[in-house]
Design a protein around this ligand. Structure first.
Ligand code: ZN
Length: 240
C-alpha cells in the first residue's frame, strides 16, 4: 500500500505535547494512507481535546479527513474562551483535588472523587453527565467516550485555576457550593446547625450556610481571609 508523505505543523501552544523535531516549521511525516488526520495527530502525542482545528492546504477540515500525498497540514490550538455545548460543568481526575475545591469555592460545578475510580469509569461519567474532564493525563484525554476534555497545563493550583477559568469561562457564583462534596449551599439559621459546629463557633460567628447534600456547615471562620483572596483574584480577572 502507498504510504504518502504529508507535511505537518503544530501551533506553538501544542509544542509541549510533541517531540522536539515537530516544534519548528512543517515536518514531513509518512502516514499509512488510511489513518485519519485525528489519528495521525494523536499518534504524534497531541490529545484531540487540545486541537482547535485542522487546516489542509489552508482549508478547514474535520479530524476524520485522510490526507493525501503532499498535503500541508496545520494543527491549531483551542481558541479561548471555548464554550462547551451546554452548561459548563467539570469532572476532575484524582490528582486535581485542590483545583476541584477552588472551582467549587467559586460556585463552579466540579465533580471529583478522591479515590482513583480508573480511566474507563472517569470517561464514562464524563459522557453520562456531560462533564468536561480535566486532567494532566494525556492518555485519559484520548479516551473516545469522553464528552469533552481539557488538559490542565500547570501543576500549581493557582495557575490551574486561571487556566480553566480563561479556557472555559464558567459563570462564577462564589460561596454557593460545598467545597467538600460539590453540593449547593443554602442559608442556615444558627439554631438549626447547633450540634454540627464546634463549641464556641456559634458565639463568634453569625453567618451560616449548610450544604443541601452532605449537611456540612459553613461559617465565616479562620480560613476565610485566604479563601476571600482566592475569590477576589478570580473575580477581578474572570468575574465580568
Ligand atoms: Zn456538601
Amino acid at each position: 500500500m502507498e504510504r504518502p508523505e504529508i507535511w505537518i505543523e503544530f501551533a506553538p501552544d501544542l509544542h509541549l505535547f510533541v517531540r522536539a523535531r515537530y516544534r519548528g516549521g512543517p515536518v514531513a511525516v509518512r502516514t499509512d494512507g488510511t489513518s485519519t488526520l485525528g489519528h495521525v495527530v494523536e499518534s504524534l502525542g497531541v490529545p484531540l481535546t487540545e486541537v482547535g482545528g485542522l487546516r489542509v492546504d489552508g482549508e478547514p477540515v474535520p479530524v476524520s479527513r485522510v490526507a493525501g500525498p503532499g498535503a500541508r497540514v496545520a494543527v491549531l490550538g483551542v481558541t479561548r474562551p471555548q464554550r462547551p455545548a451546554g452548561p459548563v460543568r467539570f469532572l476532575l481526575d484524582v490528582h486535581l483535588g485542590t483545583l476541584a475545591r477552588r472551582l467549587r469555592l467559586l460556585g463552579v460545578d466540579a465533580a471529583y472523587e478522591n479515590v482513583d475510580i480508573g480511566d474507563p469509569a472517569l470517561a464514562a461519567r464524563s459522557a453520562a453527565e456531560q462533564r468536561v474532564l480535566l486532567s494532566r493525563d494525556r492518555g485519559l484525554l484520548r479516551r473516545r467516550e469522553l464528552w469533552a476534555g481539557g488538559y490542565v497545563y500547570s501543576h500549581r493550583p493557582a495557575d490551574q485555576l486561571r487556566d480553566v477559568l480563561s479556557r472555559f469561562a464558567p459563570p462564577l457564583a462564589p460561596w454557593t457550593r460545598c467545597t467538600a462534596c460539590n453540593g449547593t449551599l443554602r442559608a442556615a439559621a444558627k439554631e438549626t446547625v447547633q450540634g454540627r459546629i464546634e463549641n464556641g463557633t456559634e458565639r463568634s460567628y453569625d453567618v451560616f450556610a449548610q450544604c443541601a447534600d452532605c449537611g456540612q456547615v459553613y461559617w465565616r471562620g479562620a480560613h476565610h481571609a485566604r479563601l476571600d483572596a482566592v475569590v477576589a483574584t478570580a473575580l477581578a480577572e474572570f468575574g465580568g
